[in-house]
Design a protein around this ligand. Structure first.
Ligand SMILES: Nc1ccc2nc(N)nc(O)c2c1
Length: 376
């Protein structure tokens, strides 16, 4: 994988760049729709390409390993062949998911023992087998096996957890570098900065991650309940340490405001379940602000969901009709709202990229944050 830094904003740390993978190019800043179990929930591949114009989507090691399982995925020739998405894919390593299985997992130096949330079967994830699993899934970018420390946690927990994540990272790199891709294209391993919200730990972790000299770097352990200003402060000084010539991926973020503020702090890649999860309960992000479509006020508003956004779904369906579908809990409601919200998120990061290239990103961001976060 190659990263070309195309422009750094004069008034902020925002960057425009281009990632080139064996499954195609990614223009950054970019938002990556989350496709946990091999599908972006309620969204067809055709809509991902046409309306949403997604460039890369996420899968999750934990879920795909449990269902459909490695033999089915390998038999298909990997996830790209299995779900038909022939552009880039990134898989998270499963660390974050098994840690959220609070009472049915046990952490040790070896790895994490856990019970499947599906059938209670017992499994063990180690840095080594998580690399092997992600080789079988075949994502273009795979994540190191880390512990996402809970928030809040005390300094000693954060320190011990970060140090274990660093030892696990060495084991991930050794295993990954000793194995090949299974399907004839190359994969890249991204390490993940941890350290909770403790500045000295975060600096230590960022320096260790940068030293690994991998093709991209991620910031984990954020968007776990900490205040937004703590998140921004952490990103700011971590990005001063992560190399300029590698993409920076902020995991699990966020609202439109979080994304624009983090772009200004030098983040290039984002993923979050918010646009799809909130869509399923009727929260719409639009170029005019945030709409709770269940609200009575939209019941006879026959205007398109968002006429300035472009894309079939956002202009073909009216607010009144989508409200009706949501109130009836119709399956089509989830589809329309999910495609719309993802179209908005990709539009937003695409606009950010254009304004970074045009040189007026900071002024644009100030106006845009206010506008898109307004509750309508
Ligand atoms: N907020 C998040 C979301 C996903 C994560 N995935 C991994 N592997 N590690 C983290 O710290 C994450 C944090």
């Amino acid at each position: 994988m190659k990263y070309e830094l195309q422009k750094t904003d004069s008034g902020s740390k925002a960057r425009a760049g281009k990632l080139t993978t064996d499954h195609g190019e990614i223009l950054t800043p970019i938002f990556m729709p989350v496709g946990t179990a091999g599908t972006v929930k309620a969204v067809h591949q055709r809509e991902l390409k046409n309306d949403i114009q997604a460039q890369i989507i996420l899968g999750n090691t934990y879920h795909l390993y449990l269902r459909p399982g490695l033999d089915i995925l390998q038999g298909a020739g990997g996830l790209h062949k299995f779900n038909g998405w022939d552009k880039p894919i990134l898989t998270d390593s499963g660390g974050y998911q098994v840690f959220s299985l609070k009472d049915i997992r046990k952490i040790s130096e070896e790895g994490v023992k856990f019970q499947s949330h599906i059938d209670g079967s017992r499994h063990l994830f180690t840095p080594e087998n998580v690399m092997d699993i992600q080789r079988v899934i075949g994502a273009d970018i795979i994540m190191a096996f880390d512990e996402c420390a809970p928030y809040p946690c005390d300094y000693s927990y954060a320190k011990k957890s970060m140090e274990m994540t660093h030892r696990w990272l060495k084991r991930c790199c050794d295993r990954f570098d000793a194995t090949e891709g299974l399907y004839g294209y190359t994969q890249s391993l991204f390490p993940i900065v941890q350290g909770s919200v403790y500045k000295d730990l975060r600096i230590q972790s960022a320096e260790f991650i940068a030293e690994q000299n991998r093709e991209g770097n991620a910031i984990g352990g954020l968007a776990v309940g900490e205040p937004a200003d703590k998140m921004y402060e952490t990103i700011d000084y971590v990005n001063d340490i992560l190399p300029q010539d590698k993409p920076r991926y902020l995991m699990g973020v966020g609202t439109p405001e979080n994304i624009l503020e983090s772009i200004a702090l030098g983040i290039d890649m984002f993923d979050c379940v918010m646009p799809t999860r909130n869509a399923r309960n009727g929260m719409l992000f639009t170029t005019q602000g945030i709409i709770n479509i269940r609200n009575e006020k939209w019941k006879d508003d026959y205007s398109p969901i968002d006429e300035t956004l472009g894309g079939y779904t956002s202009t073909f369906y009216s607010k009144a009709y989508l409200r009706h579908l949501v109130k009836c809990d119709e399956i089509l409601a989830a589809q329309i709202a999910s495609v719309h919200n993802l179209t908005f998120y990709l539009w937003l990061v695409g606009q950010a990229r254009e304004h970074i290239l045009a040189g007026d990103f900071t002024e644009w961001k100030k106006v845009m944050v206010k506008k898109v976060m307004e509750r309508l």
